[in-house]
Design a binder for this molecule. Sequence first.
Ligand code: ASP
Length: 438
Amino acid sequence: MGGHRPLRSRRLFVGLLIGVVLGLVANRFGSGTAMAETAVAAAEVVGNLFLRLLFVMVVPLVVSALALAVAEIGDLGKLGRLGLATLGMTVLLSGSAVIVGIGLSNLIRPGDAIAAARGGGDGGAGEAAEAETERLLAQTTGIKKIRQIIIDMIPQNPLQEMAGAIDGSSKGNGMLAVMVFALLLGAAIAARPVECRPLVGWLEAWNAVAMTVIGWGMALAPLGAGCLVFATVARLGLDALLSLFWFAFTVLAGFAIQFLLVYPAVLLAMSPFRPLDFFRRSAEAMQIAFGTSSSNATLPTALKVAEHDLGLRRDASRFVLTVGATGNQNGTALFEGVVVLFLAQVFGVSLTSGQQVQVVLMSMLAGIGTAGVPGGSLPLVAVIAQSVGVPAEGIGLILGVDRVLDMCRTVLNVTGDLVVAACVAGSDESHGRVHGNS
Ligand code: ASP
């Protein structure tokens, strides 16, 4: 299996590259023509079919992978230690990400240029962006009190939570509640292994079904992910990025610091991997994350990479990656911090240090609560902005470039999950193997 990795990864890279190049060509020379419109529409259909083929199995995959991981780990004390280690790493990595983002935003002050250019204008968000902003704001009016979020950790009806887990329409906490249900299921199986043996077989069968269907979807990855990237680049081109140059620069510089400095430092300190080797082995998951903008859609690839390419213990990595696809989103946390500071600068709202600390904490929490789907973080950005008195309508300003930045932050989200898995599985007592010297 590992032997096919370079080929799969190379095909995917070529697909993504062709998507970017053709997208730029279509944007530069075909913008507005019927031919380009048709090509983009067709690419969107193919790309979304590919995404659906991954999403269709996400809920069965999360439930079966997490319940089986917990059941396999068995000992609740060991599970508790693993859970705490994962939580600790999430706080460390998301915390450093938000601090990097907020530090850079204060240093570069990306909103100042726009504030000057706006001069009291409407911020230049087009009609489509305004409609999208309204939709997001409508979503945030349903935001619940902390007390209710805590109560909703345990779903009243797991099926109802599963039904809305991907599109965010669940009554309770969506994917987080589904994960709690799976944890309970796994813990109960571990407590009554003999009676629950048929259930383990059933979950294993669902896991196999999910991985098989997703495997069929992944055979289309070079084409599907390439089409998604083509459609995004053809619609946006470089101009949108240039008009928000300093904002995009701040976000991307933050991602680069987290990726090139923080992750290698953490890997060297806490895992048996050499950073370069780790990144090389994880390349396939990063490419899928870039192509799909979705941590959840990348979960199956991340699971395979952890088990086959990184050689991590299956139970520990299944647990960490399944929880992490929703709960550990370093790129998203960084992005949310930058957006709120950017909007504050654009609208001339000066945030006190106390408010900035509030933004850091809320962004870290948002990194845990964000659905791992394209644009999953936007409703939460609106909530954080509103909580510190920054007009959330300003989100319309950045919607145009969001998808491109989403592709990049999802790479960070997924890499962060794999880093946690490498550290936690590496530190597990029974994990005797040492990797990374090949
Ligand atoms: N697209 C991101 C993910 O799936 C979430 C977000 O930041 O919008 O990881």
